[in-house]
Structure formats: C-alpha cells, structure tokens
Design a protein around this ligand. Structure first.
Ligand SMILES: [Zn+2]
Ligand SMILES: [Zn+2]
Length: 390
C-alpha cells in the first residue's frame, strides 16, 4: 500500500483551513449553499464529477476506481446549528446565532482531505469511491434524495462508511461498535380535542388536559410493557401544550415526544402501540385524537464485514487506537438510512482534548474539537476505502 500517512500529512494543513473556513461561515440545515460551493470547487479541481439531486443541497461525487468492483460510499454531513457560539478562537463563527456545534464542519473538511488524497493515488488499485455530502442531518433531512439519486445511477455500491467526530472520546481513539451503534427514532405529536369551558363547571366541558396527562404517563411506561428487558428503548415527551389560564378548559391540548430504539422492527411496534393507546385513552375520556408522525429514522446498525474492514483500517492508522467501550449511543443520525440500504459502518472519532479546550459536549455553545483528530480521520477513511472488498 502507498505511503498514505505521508499523503495525509501533506494535506493536513488544507483540511484544517477548510474546517476553519466552514466553522467561520456555518450554515443551517437545508441552507448549506456556500459550504456546498466550496466543496464542489475543490472536487472540480480534483476532476471528480459531482451529481446533485434537484432541489437539494446534498450531492455526491464519484471517483473512478482503477480496478472494477463495487464502490465504497463515504458520507459526510455539512449543516450547523442555531446556537450562538461562545469562543475566543480566531476561527469563531462569524454568523450570529449559527454555529458548527456538532463537528459537521470537520466531517466535510475531512472528506475533502480524503478526496484529495485518493485522487492523488489514482494509480493505486482501488474500486470506485463515492463521496456523499449531505445537507440537513440535524433535522433528519438530506439523505433520502441522495439515496434516491444513487439508486437511479448505475453505480454499484458495496459498502458505506461514515465518521462522526466525538468529543467525549479523546483524540487518538476511535469507537467502532458491533451491530446497533445509534438509536432509531419515531417522533410524534398528539393533539387531543375536547370542548372548552369554564373551570368551575368541568361537567359541562370536555377537558383535554386530563387525558393528556394520563397519556404522558401511559406512553412513558410503554417500553416495559412492549419489549423484553434485554432490549432497550426510551419514550421521551419533552413538550406539553394546552390552555392559557387556570380557570379555562381549552378546546385542545397537545404533546410532542419520541421513541428511541435499537431494533428496526421496534419502529412499527411502538408506532402501533402509541396509536392504539392514544385512541383508547381518547375514547375513554371522550376527546378526539390526532396523531402525527414528525419524523422517523432507523437505528444505525453496523454490519460485521464493514466493522472488520474498519478495524483493519484503524489498526493501520498510526496513533489511532480502538476505544474499548461498545456501548451504543441513544441519539439518532440519518446515517441509519445509508446503513439500511448498504452494509456499512458508522464510527466515532475521538476529538476530545481538555488542554485544547475541546471537552464540551456536542450541541453546546462552547463546543470545539482538537483539530489534530482530523488527520487521523482522513487516514482512517482513506485506508477503509483502499482495502479490497472481500
Ligand atoms: Zn448534532
Ligand atoms: Zn452530528
């Protein structure tokens, strides 16, 4: 194998500069216009053609392989968050109220690093590599149109991989989890409608508040009733709305929540159970219920072949060790949609470094990364892509 470590070192400064550029100009989900333009300009310099689905900020670029065979898909996300950054860094966000607080700036920069390194190694034997740049990950968007476009292309995809930079893990470690790595999500809103009236005469009204409270408790108890204690799931209800004053029964009351789960079949199980339970409670209390799915994502499930390929790539990357924990994350990520389509792996690259101020959790206004982690990520992804598919 060519000297990948040296090739990565040669591009490391550019990766840092790209990341800082994206960090200073963060863009919210579905609005990654200038980020996308920067990325496409670099890909054009590298002569890697870009395919962009209509009406989308997501796009992919396919690097030809020097040997035939199914392609390796690598995915990065590009969006920032509506957070006001607190930072003394020279590369602090220049946009009020918008910040790269999840590290997607680093994902995009690392992917450009990988594209640069691999396009410089065109003579080396490897199958095609598809670089996916995804819009709107933070709001569960941007992946479907990319997957549709890939399905419509003639590209044969053998395996997918993605990296999420991860501040709870120190720089120099990578977490590669067997099987389920992140939770699936079913997010919902339930609106109950009764008949409002004066608080002094509950008998003359149909109060939607009491059934709503009843539902909050019953829904929260669902996991223990529905699934084995050896599996895991959580129901969270974080928003309850209804009424304006203590002596008025409102017409309607609503709640918003979600379920996190690790088995794909649990989506249907919970969705149906929430429907049935809500309808039963509504009829008991004499209100009508409207149940709306806000979003859903499958769990992120790593496949055994991709996990071994990733562990080999990590073991060949100098100064990168495997993080020992195999505990999955309860958060969700639409990399799950890619891994439902193709066997693959989503790994967590440590970027925590207290001395450099990179110890805040993701989505915190003080979040930052140890930029030295990025070169490890670039090398890991290059080595993953260059391994022959077995
Ligand atoms: Zn995030
Ligand atoms: Zn993220």
């Amino acid at each position: 194998m060519p000297n990948i470590t040296a090739a990565v070192a040669a591009v490391a400064d550019r990766v840092t500069a790209w990341r800082r550029g994206f960090h200073m100009c963060p863009e919210l989900s579905y609005h990654e216009t200038s980020t996308g333009e920067t990325v496409r300009a670099v890909l054009a310099e590298l002569n890697i053609p870009v395919v962009r689905p209509p009406n989308s900020e997501s796009f992919y670029a396919a690097l030809d392989g020097s040997v035939p065979g199914p392609a390796t898909l690598l995915r990065a996300d590009m969006d920032a968050l509506p957070i006001q950054e607190i930072s003394g860094q020279p590369y602090k966000s220049r946009r009020d109220g918008v910040m790269h607080a999840c590290g997607h700036d680093a994902h995009t920069a690392m992917m450009l690093g990988v594209a640069t390194v691999l396009s410089g190694l065109r003579a080396e034997p490897h199958t095609p590599v598809i670089f996916c740049f995804q819009s709107a990950e933070e709001v569960s968007g941007g992946a479907v149109e990319l997957l549709d476009a890939l399905r419509e292309s003639n590209l044969e995809i053998g395996m997918a991989a993605g990296l999420h930079i991860w501040s709870p893990i120190p720089t120099g470690q990578i977490q590669i989890i067997d099987g389920p790595a992140m939770a699936g999500l079913y997010a919902f809103k339930i609106t109950l409608t009764g008949r409002g009236g004066h608080g002094s005469r509950p008998d003359l009204s149909i109060d939607p508040i009491k059934p709503l409270c009843d539902l909050v408790l019953r829904l929260s108890a669902l996991p223990s009733r529905l699934i084995s204690p050896l599996d895991s799931a959580a129901v969270h209800i974080g928003c309850v709305e209804g009424g304006a004053l203590g002596n008025i029964f409102p017409d309607t009351a609503s709640l918003q929540g979600g379920v996190r789960f690790f088995k794909p079949e649990h989506y249907r199980l919970f969705k149906d159970a929430i429907d049935n339970l809500t309808r039963a409670a509504a009829s008991e209390w004499g209100v009508t219920a409207d149940i709306q799915e806000l979003s859903s994502l499958p769990p992120v499930i790593n496949s055994p072949g991709a996990v071994s390929r990733a562990r080999v790539a990590a073991s060949h990357t100098p100064r990168l060790a495997l993080h020992e924990s195999q505990t999955p994350l309860c958060a969700s990520d639409n990399m799950g949609l890619f891994l439902r389509e193709y066997p693959g792996v989503y790994a967590f690259l440590g970027c925590g470094n207290r001395e450099k101020g990179a110890a805040w959790e993701h989505h915190n206004a003080r979040f930052d990364i140890d930029e030295d982690a990025m070169r490890l990520g670039v090398e890991f992804l290059c080595r993953f892509a260059l391994q022959p598919l077995s």
